[in-house]
Ligand binder design. Sequence first.
Ligand code: APR
Length: 292
Amino acid sequence: MPRTIPTEALTVSRIPDAEADDIAFIRFAQTLNGYTEVGGEDASALGTYLKERGLLEGLDAEQEAELGLRDLRIVLFARQRAHYHQGGGWGDHDPLMDEMRMLTGLIRARVEQRGPGVAVWRGDITTLGVDAIVNAANERMLGGGGVDGAIHRAAGPDLLGACKAVSEVAPGVRCPVGEARITPGFKLPARHIIHTVGPVWHGGDQGEAALLASAYRSALWVAAAHELDSLAFPSISTGAYGYPVDHAAEIAVATIRAFLAGHQHPHRALLVAFGEENEQALRRALGEAAEF
Ligand code: APR
């Protein structure tokens, strides 16, 4: 049975105001991911909400119209499909839901992108419409598992070609540990991908902390050189490379904050948490309360 959003939650007067409470808006936007029926008047209310708060800003008229219409079309289409299915559920990978997830990620990132500084963002980095997402790659830069695999899958096959075009600095090495390389984002909402390689954790007495800081700093330098404004990082080295999550979070926050304080670009960095443990570690490192 498709779940519906309680209508009182979506009347215009109840749509949270992004200025007053970005988190409430994010939760509002997220509910669109999980629900399948939105009243027509609520769809136009959502469109008004997005436009009045400049959440479509930075797009040219054509893109705004496209996103605006796409957003409303998606919401209305979701409603139509819900009626059509009469109790049928959504397939987990219904293409419409994928589009909704991408769109909500884009809207959410716009909400969180406003204003300088560092913020934690929970979700899939491949959905973010920022200037560049950072990839936790390996020295070969030919893809892999984890976030590297997710980025290559979402960006499409052209990304592998672009990685292969990056010249080797040693046999089989395109990006040494602690350095960074940039490629286009291809099918991603993000314009660029900055590939960096973190250290493998060997207990902490082989210079891992300095190498991890260098990976974040190199990615920031590449973003600054391209005058990018918004950047999103995964928790580099904390997956397959086994770096302790809390220690890595402290290094990430300290390195990024120091860089942003001394440079014009980028002016916004999102720390993307892919799981609860990661999110709490990043929020602790930022000095934020555990909850929003
Ligand atoms: N969005 C955001 N974060 C993600 C995503 C995603 N779609 N997928 C995974 N992550 C998180 C993981 O949960 C982890 O916190 O990214 C972090 C880094 O984990 P890995 O991707 O395993 O990267 P790392 O530990 O740096 O190991 C790199 O793994 O995939 C291979 O080719 C890669 O050899 C390289 C090694």
